[in-house]
Design a protein around this ligand. Structure first.
Ligand code: PMV
Length: 326
């Protein structure tokens, strides 16, 4: 009873911030994302009578306080679905830094959901996997389906899940992640989300989200990079305006984040068409057209405050791997 899954992280163009239901992770609004080809979590799960308790090794760290309970809660759900009470060993590896704004909980819970359900003998549909992954971490539901994805917000457990709106090869855009620091953020998204409603900008944002989603889908369909870029950069700033004006205020940017944001806007003025988007963390996602990737990477490497860059294309969603981690 062992299985391994690989899941991509995803970058939200229209973002999820604030929930209708905090236990089930039902979002206040729908969101749109793209799966990222080079931000990957690989997870192996084995259910076996030889384990007296669940064992969770994430990036070499055993039963870490930060994640153990969350993972075990997810395993419990899966055990209940399969009607088994066998304990499990989970080994999970990210190929990128965690807790810096690169959404390792999205790839992490998508990979855990597929590996654990397969290992326990369940054969879930894409929709069922998405619903289950969502309960581990909201944005994980978007890492299940391939390519460009929409999370249909829904009202209840069974109607809040993500679907592919365009396949990975539909549009050749790239997401170059600029790592400005590998320091871990102080407030995880799951905590930060709870503060959203007190921002005076939260309600005005929520009422505009349906239109934004429709517009974003239309611009992807038309491959209108300029209007798409303008929309997603403004959307990232709007979400951060809500975060900054929450109580307590959530300011995820560092001086280097801000330098990167200004640099992207400067490049744009000079004719290199790029746009930024940022999640809960200091690292910056730079969205560009594939034709500009080489020159953009060269320019990024010249900036002294950039620690690393990770280049991503739109990718497939979670899938089974034949190579186990143990
Ligand atoms: O799924 P969570 O709880 O990690 O929240 C993700 C929130 C953002 O990354 C900021 C936005 C999004 O839609 O991915």
């Amino acid at each position: 009873m062992k299985a391994t899954a690989i899941a991509p992280s995803n970058i939200a163009f229209i973002k999820y911030w604030g929930k209708k239901d905090y236990l089930l992770n039902i979002p206040m609004n729908g969101s749109i994302s793209m799966n990222l080809s080079n931000l990957l979590t690989t997870t192996t799960v084995e259910f076996d009578m030889k384990y007296a308790a669940d064992e969770v090794i994430l990036n070499g760290e055993k039963n870490s306080q930060r994640t153990y309970e969350r993972v075990v809660k997810h395993l419990e759900k899966i055990r209940n679905m399969a009607d088994v009470q066998i304990k499990a060993k989970v080994v999970s590896q990210n190929n990128f830094p965690e807790s810096t704004g690169l959404s390792s909980s999205a790839s992490g819970f998508a990979a855990l959901t597929l590996a654990a359900t397969k290992a326990v003998g369940l054969d879930l549909s894409e929709k069922e996997l998405s619903i289950l992954a969502r309960q581990g971490s909201g944005s994980a539901c978007r890492s299940v389906s391939s390519g460009f994805v929409e999370w249909l917000d829904g009202e209840m457990n069974d109607d809040s899940y993500a679907v592919t709106i365009f396949p990975a090869d539909y549009w050749d855009i790239v997401d170059i992640v600029a790592i400005v620091s590998t320091e871990k953020k102080e407030v995880p998204s799951s905590e930060g989300q709870k503060c959203a409603v007190v921002s005076p900008f939260f309600q005005p944002r929520v009422v505009r989200m349906k239109n934004k989603i429709e517009l974003c889908k239309k611009l992807i369909e038309k491959k209108d990079f300029t209007r798409f870029g303008e929309l997603i950069e403004a959307e990232a700033l709007e979400m951060h305006a809500v975060m900054i004006t929450s109580v307590p205020s959530l300011l995820y940017w560092t001086p280097q984040t801000l330098m990167m944001m200004k640099q992207v806007q400067k490049w744009r003025k000079e004719g290199l068409e790029t746009y930024f988007t940022i999640n809960t963390g200091q690292d910056v996602h730079i969205i560009a057209q594939k034709k500009d990737e080489t020159v953009l990477k060269k320019k990024l490497k010249e900036l002294p405050y950039i620690k690393d860059i990770i280049s991503n294309e739109p990718s497939k969603g979670v899938h089974i791997s034949s190579t186990n981690l143990f």
